[in-house]
Design a protein around this ligand. Structure first.
Ligand code: GLV
Length: 331
């Protein structure tokens, strides 16, 4: 493969000027976000579209790049790394999750990986709570009542929701975002219990959060369960049909992590059978496909994977990506 040859946005093959390193950005992003790369003298080629890039196009356009700036729906596997070639030194992903990257293949090729932890913690925890409160307080039904012209005035018995104070929030994965969701729960007067590979006393003690080594026992005691484990082979369908059946019938499932942490078919089955209190979902197994059954259920709130979607958070994520690329390229 001739790694001196690259493709520009218009598809024409050109030869890189010697010494000018190229960053390929798989999605159209605001100029201001990419400015640090250009200011450092890098050639920045960004896709013209905001849509996910098909794998063959990603492989073709990555060829010869020194850095890739990708999104969470770009699958960067060994084929993409090989297509990029030996110039590639860093892959930066505009996400905290790295489940779409073959980290081992990156390591084997000496390609650094940059992601965006910390800066999106609060925005994502807020989103979990926005969705949870919407389910607990039946906001969707209330809006529909007004929009449908059916609200005939105050009622002492209409749209009664669920109190969260005094209830137990079960956190699966007390990492950054899990801890931030738990901290908000304490402000709402909830008790917090958590499960994960090991206890995290430094995070748990300030929240009086109880470690539960047995995930099944955690679920049995949960009024709300919120999933914050990274998606790996071990956590895929962590909440499967058997574990969903352990939850009390009033329990609400919250997922702002990754859709495949839950067996979505089993979740739909449990919800449609009335075996769960509700679901607050920002993520889905096969995005952007959302099972139609979920949309018809009053006790399900959905959002299009927008946990980190605030102006400030997304700018901070871009800054982390560009800083990481510049560091990896020694700029
Ligand atoms: C969003 O899901 C992320 O991983 O940043």
């Amino acid at each position: 493969m001739d790694h001196g040859r690259v493709r520009r946005a218009d598809g024409a093959a050109v030869t890189d000027p010697p010494g000018r390193e190229r960053v390929f950005v798989t999605r159209s992003l605001p100029d201001a976000w990419l400015a640090p790369l250009r200011d450092a003298g890098l050639e920045v080629e960004a896709a013209a579209s905001d849509a996910a890039m098909p794998g063959p196009e990603l492989r073709a356009r990555a060829a010869g790049a020194s850095a890739l700036l990708v999104q969470l729906d770009d699958h960067v596997d060994a084929d993409v790394l090989d297509a990029a070639g030996p110039a590639l030194r860093v892959v930066a992903t505009f996400s905290v999750g790295t489940d779409h990257l073959d980290l081992e293949a990156c390591r084997a090729r000496g390609v650094a990986v940059v992601h965006t932890p910390d800066v999106l913690t609060d925005a994502t925890a807020d989103q979990a709570w926005a969705l949870l409160l919407a389910v607990a307080r039946r906001l969707r039904e209330g809006r529909a009542l007004i929009a449908g012209g059916d609200w005939d005035g105050w009622s002492p018995t209409r749209l009664l929701g669920t109190d969260l104070g005094g209830r137990t929030l079960a956190i699966v994965g007390l990492g950054r975002i899990g801890t931030a969701v738990a901290a908000r729960a304490r402000a709402f007067g909830m008790e917090v219990a958590y499960h994960g590979p090991r206890p995290h006393p430094e995070r748990a003690e300030p929240l009086a959060a109880r470690f539960e080594p047995d995930l099944d026992a955690l679920l049995e005691a949960a009024d709300v369960v919120s999933l914050h484990a990274p998606l790996t082979a071990a956590t895929h369908h962590l909440l499967d049909a058997r574990r969903l059946a352990l939850l009390p019938p009033h329990a609400i499932v919250v997922n702002v992590g990754r859709g495949a942490l839950v067996d979505e078919r089993a979740l739909v089955a449990a919800l449609t059978a009335g075996r769960l209190g509700g679901a607050a979902l920002d993520v889905f197994e096969d995005e952007p496909r959302v099972p139609a059954e979920l949309l018809g259920l009053a006790n399900v709130e959905v959002a299009p994977h927008q946990g980190s979607a605030t102006t400030g958070t997304r700018a901070a994520m871009a800054a982390l990506c560009t800083r990481g690329i510049l560091e990896a390229l020694g700029r």
